[in-house]
Ligand binder design. Structure first.
Ligand SMILES: Cc1cc2nc3c(=O)[nH]c(=O)nc-3n(C[C@H](O)[C@H](O)[C@H](O)COP(=O)(O)OP(=O)(O)OC[C@H]3O[C@@H](n4cnc5c(N)ncnc54)[C@H](O)[C@@H]3O)c2cc1C
Length: 432
């Protein structure tokens, strides 16, 4: 039986970058033929596209530099819009209130200035929006948009994810209502993106830099895990392996399905909520998105929450045959209406939404393609703070460490994934 210091389950960015940071020998076991997980890219009309466009940004300059070092990238300035009642409003919404109709603008300003929630504690996402932005901005945009992406009531969601949102200076919001240009979310105002190949270029860069002591096995099906000889035996359809240390980088439900856990942990696992995503690609011969990249749409009658025009990312992301590629994102979860629709119906509903908004006319659609990804977004429901630590502690006590977005059940972007895998690699190297 082959022996490794560390076995890593799941070859997404977390598993691969962890393998890259370990001093001892490491085996990454990945179920798909191509590693990369959510950082994979696919081809449509000769162009590489991601699972939702993955931009490279971070509040931590060193982390964005580390990501950019993995492949040649271009630096771009954000040009995102919210499509609200037939108008484009610059993103974030509160930074261009002057683009709203006079009634909507006055409603937002009035409620922002006279905000009874301002000094209240926010116990859930909806309260947080009301406290920071007031009822106008919340009702017109934040609430319907978040209901659409999460398919979950913001009043039943924890504040963990949104509490990172910076409070806009009052003056910026009021100036924006008077038509003066202001910018919000400045840590994302500039971002990088691979000059070609989509975000998977970063995965390729990570794999290329792996030391000789790291091996990636893909595709492989892990069928069992058992403690033996002070370490772990990992059984799979490619044989058995021994590892002194086991790290899980795959989604928690996938790991837990391999373990015999007590009822308390099974109950906590049953409470882990997440959304899946359909990515619908549209080759449009003409469009009305302008020179924008992402366009958010909170309209309840339109199926997608976000459109992205890939040509914004550079010449490699425009089809040679002409036109533009527009990506539409649709989230779903068992029990939501979108989960009952087959791929053809989802793509049809996306085209209806494009026609209804006037952003792409039916006669201008040359081709479509749909892909579905099971684990896309962790939902921070009000039990998240109880369920997740309970499961992670149980696993850690049983000598299984977890690293990554669905392995730690947190809304982690690529920069946070790199930070977590680097911290874990340092810890394991120390212990070795
Ligand atoms: C729509 C969307 C847009 C995003 N946009 C951005 C962005 O703009 N910027 C940004 O920084 N981040 C973005 N992210 C987040 C980014 O994708 C993640 O932070 C990162 O890819 C997580 O990597 P990971 O390795 O933790 O998880 P994953 O990529 O989920 O990796 C898990 C791996 O485990 C494998 N696996 C699962 N089950 C098994 C099994 N049974 N056996 C073996 N292997 C298994 C999977 O195939 C996968 O390769 C976005 C995510 C989504 C969904």
């Amino acid at each position: 039986m082959e022996k490794f210091d560390t076995a890593i389950l799941g070859g997404g960015l977390a598993g691969l970058s962890l393998a890259g940071g370990l001093k001892g020998s490491a085996l990454v076991l990945e179920k798909d033929a191509v590693p990369g997980g959510l950082c994979r890219s696919f081809e449509f009309c000769g162009v590489r596209y991601d699972v939702g466009p993955h931009i490279i940004f971070s509040r931590d300059k060193k982390l964005s530099e580390r990501l950019c070092a993995l492949a040649p990238t271009a630096r771009l300035r954000r040009s995102n819009r919210i499509f609200h009642n037939g108008r484009f409003v610059k993103y974030p919404f509160e930074n261009e209130l002057s683009a709203l109709s006079p009634e909507d603008r006055d409603y937002c300003v009035r409620e922002f200035i006279n905000n009874p929630a301002r000094n209240r504690d926010a116990g859930n996402m909806l309260d947080f929006f009301l406290k920071i932005f007031g009822r106008g901005i919340t009702e017109l945009y934040l609430k319907p948009y978040n209901e659409k992406i999460w398919k979950y009531a913001p009043a039943l969601m924890d504040t963990q994810m949104v509490e990172r949102i910076p409070r806009p200076p009052d003056d910026d919001v009021l100036r924006s209502a008077r038509g003066e240009a202001t910018e919000g979310y400045e840590h994302q105002l500039y971002f990088n993106y691979p000059s070609e190949g989509g975000i998977e270029s970063l995965v390729k860069g990570t794999v290329a830099a792996l030391p000789g002591s790291a091996r990636v096995l893909a595709p492989v099906r892990v069928t069992g895990l058992r403690r033996e000889g002070g370490g772990w035996i990992v059984s799979s359809d490619k044989g058995e392996f021994f590892a002194g240390c086991l790290v899980n980088c795959m989604p928690l439900p996938e790991l837990l399905s391999l373990l015999d856990t007590p009822q308390e942990i099974r109950d906590a696992a049953a409470g882990l909520l997440y959304n899946s995503i359909h990515i619908v690609m549209v080759h449009a011969l003409k469009d009305a998105l302008g020179d924008n990249f992402a366009v958010m749409c909170a309209d309840r009658d339109v199926i997608f929450h976000r459109l992205s025009k890939l040509g914004f990312l550079g010449p490699a992301y425009r089809p040679r045959s002409g036109g533009e590629l527009i990506m539409a994102e649709v989230t779903f979860r068992p029990g939501t209406p979108q989960a009952e629709m087959d791929g053809e119906k989802v793509a049809g509903a996306v085209l209806e939404g494009l026609a209804k908004t006037g952003l792409v006319k039916p006669g201008d659609v040359a081709a479509t393609e749909l892909r579905t990804f099971r684990y896309a977004y962790v939902i921070y429901d009000l039990k998240h703070r109880q369920n997740v630590p309970k499961i992670l502690k149980y696993l850690q006590d049983g000598k299984i460490l977890c690293c990554g977005r669905f392995a730690e059940w947190e809304y982690l972007n690529m920069d946070a994934v790199l930070a977590r895998s680097a911290a874990l690699a340092a810890r394991l190297n120390n212990e070795l």
